[in-house]
Design a protein around this ligand. Structure first.
Ligand SMILES: [Zn+2]
Length: 73
């Protein structure tokens, strides 16, 4: 049963991550552009951890935390 539960959790987590992305799109429109790379190769910020209690916007290219989610206005 443990194997089945683990697979189920992984599956649900993926669905939740999609819901988080959809919610962010609805809330913010476009994902915020990375301010770290804005003058070079602009890209959207990522959220890490997507399902954690204290999510932050991060630059996935340079691996730096940009701001807490909700801290961008
Ligand atoms: Zn960046």
């Amino acid at each position: 049963m443990g194997r089945a539960v683990a697979g189920g959790v992984s599956y649900v987590a993926g669905l939740v991550a999609q819901d988080v992305q959809d919610a962010l799109l609805e809330r913010y429109g476009r994902w915020p552009i990375c301010p770290v790379c804005a003058s070079g190769d602009p890209h959207a910020l990522d959220v890490e951890p997507e399902l954690g209690p204290d999510p932050h916007w991060v630059c996935g290219k340079q691996g730096v935390v940009v701001a807490p989610v909700g801290g961008l206005t």
